[in-house]
Design a protein around this ligand. Structure first.
Ligand code: PRX
Length: 628
C-alpha cells in the first residue's frame, strides 16, 4: 500500500503542486495564474484565471489523432439499434446541436434543461451546451412532472430539449405529456422546446414553442460553432439531488477542475488510457452518467458505451455481449444490477469472450460482500467498489489500480482517493474517530477539483447543508456513517439523514411524503427506506388519514393505496413508488414533533426499535407493528 499512501499524502500536503501537475492533462487556451484560491472557505476555486472548455477537451482535442476511431457507441436493446459514432461523427453532431441552440438564442450562462432517455442526443446536447458555455441541467427520465417542474422553476432554462418517448422493457414511455404538465405547473416558461422525435409515441407540438429537431439538425449538420473559452470556475452544469427537504439541491459544477479531476480519475481509478473502451451502464440523468458515460471517458480520449436497455433483456448476458462486441476494457455498474444477474443462469456469465475486460467497478449503493465476491469469482476479474456522491462528482473512496494494485476487501470501498482529505468524525464532539469507531464520513476542505462549487443560486444553503454538521469545525459532511478498520480499509454504514437509495437511485423521503400528503384523504405521512434483498432499499409509506373511518368501507384500503401510489408516480415517477402504503392513526413522534423514522425502519426490518425514551405516544409504534 506504500505507493497509494504516498500518492495520497502528496495530494493533501502539497495540494497545489499535485493538481498543477494533473492540470497538464487537458488543454488550456489561457493558462491559469493560481492553482487554488481558498480565500473564502469553504468555497474553493481551482485553476483561477485559466480558460478552457469541456467540449473542446472531449471532442476537438482528439480529432487529429482519433477522428476515425469510435467515440460514442450507442446500443439500444429497446429499439434494437446500435450506432458507432467516431470522434468526427461526434463532432458533427455536437456542432449541429450547438448551432441549433445558438439559433434559438442560447448564449453563455443560459440554462438548457435536458429531459431525455439514454439516446446519443443526450450526450450531443450536453456537449453542445458545454461548447457554448451554456449550463445544462439534465433531468433523469424516470422522474415525473412535479420533479421536472421544480427543476424548471429553479434553473429557469431558456430552452428544454426532450423527446416523444423513452422505452422500458420494449414498451414506450411517453415523455412529452409529462413535460407539458411540468411546464404548465411551473412559474417559469421556457422560450423553446426542442424535440427529438423517435417515432415511439404520438406527440402534440405547441405552436410557437415546440420545434422538431430533425430539420434543425439537417440544416446545421455542417456547422462549426466556435468554442466559448470559459474561466475555469464558470459553471458547467447543474445536477439536482435529493436531501432532507422537499426541495432538491442544484449541485453546481465548474469547468476546469471537473475536466482535470475526471481525466485523472480515468487513469488512476479506472485504469484507462486513450483508445480504450469504457462502459458505464448508468443513466445520463444521474451523476455517474454525467461523469462516466459522457465526460470522463471522452475527456481522456476513450470511447464510451451508452446503453439503453435493462441488464436482463433480451437475456441476462446482454452486458457481457456488449463487452465482447465492442472490446470493452472497464465496466461500471451498480450493485443492484449485479444482484439481478445473480438470479439468472450462471452459464450466461461464460457465454461471451470477456478477455478485453480488465475490471468491473460498482458504485451508487452499498455493495454487499456476497454479491461482490460472487461476481469476482464467477468472472475471474477484480471488482472495485467505489464510494462517492453527486456532490463530489468522482470517487471519494476507491482502490486506485492506476496508482498501485492493492488487495481489495469485499464490503469495503478501500481507501480515500488522492485529493480527498477524508475523515470519520464523531458527530457529538467534532473530533476525528479512532480505528473501528463509527462516525460521519467527512472531507476536510478545500474540496478537490471537480467537486461541487456551490448550490445553484444559494451559497448560504451550500454552507449550511454541508459544512455545519460538526461543532466548532468547518468540514464537509457526506451524511454517511462510516468507519476505518485497523488496516486502513474504509466501510460505509448507511445514511445519517432521510435520504434513501432504491436500486442505486438516490431519493428524498421528504419529497415522497409531500406527494403522499397531496392526496385529499391524507392528513400526514412518514416515508422510510427499508432493507431489500435486491434493490438495497425500498420505500415504505405510513399514512394517517383525515377521516380514518373511511377505511371501514369495503375495498377502501386497496383503493386508497392504489390512488396514493398513482399520485407519487405522477409527481415523482415510478422510481419513487413505495412498495406499500400502510394506514395508521398516528405516527410515532418525539415530544418536539419529530417523526421517529429510525424506530419505524427498525420495526419494518424486524429489529428492536431501540431507545424510545423521547417518544410521545408509545401506542403509535404498536400501530406500525399492527399495520405491518
Ligand atoms: O449513501 C451513499 C451511497 O449513495 C450516496 C450518493 O448517491 P448519489 O448522489 O446518487 O451518487 C452516487 C455516485 C456513485 C452516498 O452518499 N453510495 C454511493 N456509493 C456507495 C454508496 N454507499 C456504499 N458504498 C458505495 N460504494
Amino acid at each position: 500500500m506504500q505507493k497509494v499512501r504516498e500518492f495520497h499524502r502528496q495530494s493533501i500536503q502539497d495540494r497545489e503542486a499535485f493538481w498543477a501537475h494533473e492540470a497538464q492533462r487537458i488543454h488550456w487556451e489561457t493558462p491559469f495564474t493560481q492553482v487554488l484560491d481558498y480565500s473564502r472557505p469553504p468555497f474553493a476555486r481551482w485553476f483561477v484565471g485559466g480558460k478552457t472548455n469541456l467540449c473542446y477537451n472531449a471532442v476537438d482535442r482528439w480529432l487529429d489523432t482519433q477522428g476515425d476511431q469510435p467515440a460514442l457507441i450507442w446500443v439500444s436493446t429497446e429499439v434494437d439499434q446500435e450506432i458507432v459514432y467516431t470522434r468526427a461523427d461526434l463532432s458533427r453532431e455536437v456542432n449541429a446541436a450547438a448551432a441549433t441552440l445558438q439559433e434559438l438564442g442560447v448564449v453563455q450562462g443560459d440554462r438548457v434543461l435536458i429531459y431525455l432517455p439514454m439516446i446519443p442526443q443526450a450526450a450531443f446536447f450536453m456537449l453542445a451546451c458545454a461548447r457554448l458555455g451554456a449550463i445544462h441541467s439534465v433531468v433523469f427520465g424516470g422522474f415525473a412532472a412535479h420533479n421536472l417542474a421544480q427543476r424548471i422553476d429553479d434553473a429557469q432554462p431558456r430552452v428544454i430539449v426532450s423527446t416523444d418517448a423513452g422505452s422500458r422493457g420494449g414498451r414506450p414511455i411517453a415523455y412529452k405529456p409529462l413535460l407539458d404538465q411540468a411546464i404548465a405547473q411551473s412559474s417559469h416558461a421556457p422560450e423553446r422546446v426542442v424535440l427529438v422525435n423517435r417515432g415511439l409515441a404520438p406527440m402534440d407540438l405547441t405552436a410557437g414553442r415546440d420545434l422538431d429537431y430533425a430539420p434543425l439538425r439537417a440544416r446545421h449538420l455542417d456547422a462549426l460553432v466556435p468554442v466559448v473559452w470559459l474561466e475555469s470556475n464558470e459553471p458547467s452544469y447543474i445536477l439536482y439531488t435529493s436531501g432532507t427537504t422537499g426541495n432538491p439541491k442544484g449541485v453546481q459544477r465548474d469547468v476546469g477542475g471537473y475536466a482535470v479531476a475526471l481525466c485523472a480519475s480515468m487513469e488512476y481509478i479506472y485504469g484507462g488510457k486513450p483508445g480504450d473502451v469504457y462502459f458505464s451502464s448508468s443513466d445520463v440523468g444521474w451523476v455517474v452518467g454525467h461523469s462516466y458515460v459522457v465526460y470522463g471517458p471522452l475527456l481522456n480520449g476513450q470511447a464510451t458505451v451508452m446503453y439503453e436497455g435493462t441488464p436482463v433483456r433480451p437475456d441476462a448476458a446482454i452486458l457481457w455481449r456488449i463487452i465482447e462486441t465492442y472490446r470493452v476494457n472497464a465496466l461500471f455498474s451498480a450493485p443492484t444490477a449485479i444482484r439481478v444477474l445473480k438470479k439468472h443462469d450462471p452459464a450466461l456469465l461464460h457465454r461471451h469472450d470477456l478477455s478485453s475486460l480488465d475490471r468491473i467497478y460498482l458504485a451508487g449503493e452499498p455493495l454487499d460482500e456476497l454479491t461482490g465476491q460472487w461476481l469476482s469469482e464467477a468472472l475471474g476479474k477484480p471488482v472495485i467498489d467505489n464510494y462517492w456522491q453527486t456532490e463530489t462528482g468522482w470517487p471519494i473512496l476507491s482502490a486506485q489500480p492506476g496508482v498501485e494494485e492493492v488487495p481489495t476487501r469485499f464490503g469495503s470501498p478501500s481507501f480515500p482517493v488522492y485529493g480527498y482529505d477524508a475523515r470519520v468524525i464523531d458527530e457529538a464532539t467534532g473530533q476525528d474517530c479512532g480505528p473501528n469507531q463509527k462516525g460521519v464520513v467527512a472531507i476536510e476542505p478545500p474540496l478537490p477539483p471537480g467537486a461541487m462549487s456551490t448550490i445553484w443560486g444559494n451559497d448560504e444553503r451550500f454552507v449550511r447543508t454541508y459544512f455545519q454538521s460538526f461543532p466548532g469545525r468547518l468540514c464537509y459532511s457526506t451524511s454517511d456513517w462510516g468507519l476505518v478498520d485497523d488496516d486502513g480499509y474504509w466501510y460505509i454504514l448507511g445514511r445519517t439523514d432521510d435520504v434513501i437509495n432504491v436500486a442505486g437511485h438516490r431519493l428524498g423521503t421528504r419529497e415522497i411524503e409531500e406527494s403522499v400528503n397531496t392526496h385529499p384523504a391524507v392528513a400526514e405521512s412518514a416515508v422510510v427506506g427499508v432493507a431489500d434483498q435486491l434493490k438495497g432499499q425500498e420505500a415504505m409509506a405510513f399514512a394517517v388519514l383525515r377521516n380514518p373511518a373511511v377505511l371501514d368501507e369495503s375495498g377502501a384500503r386497496d383503493r386508497l393505496e392504489a390512488e396514493i401510489k398513482r399520485v407519487i408516480e405522477q409527481r415523482n415517477g415510478a422510481v419513487a413508488r413505495p412498495a406499500r402504503i400502510l394506514f395508521v392513526n398516528s405516527l410515532p413522534k418525539t415530544r418536539s414533533g419529530k417523526v421517529l423514522r429510525r424506530a419505524i425502519v427498525a420495526l419494518c426490518e424486524g429489529r428492536d426499535p431501540g431507545d424510545l425514551t423521547t417518544i410521545e405516544d408509545p401506542g403509535a409504534l404498536d400501530q406500525i407493528r399492527d399495520a405491518l
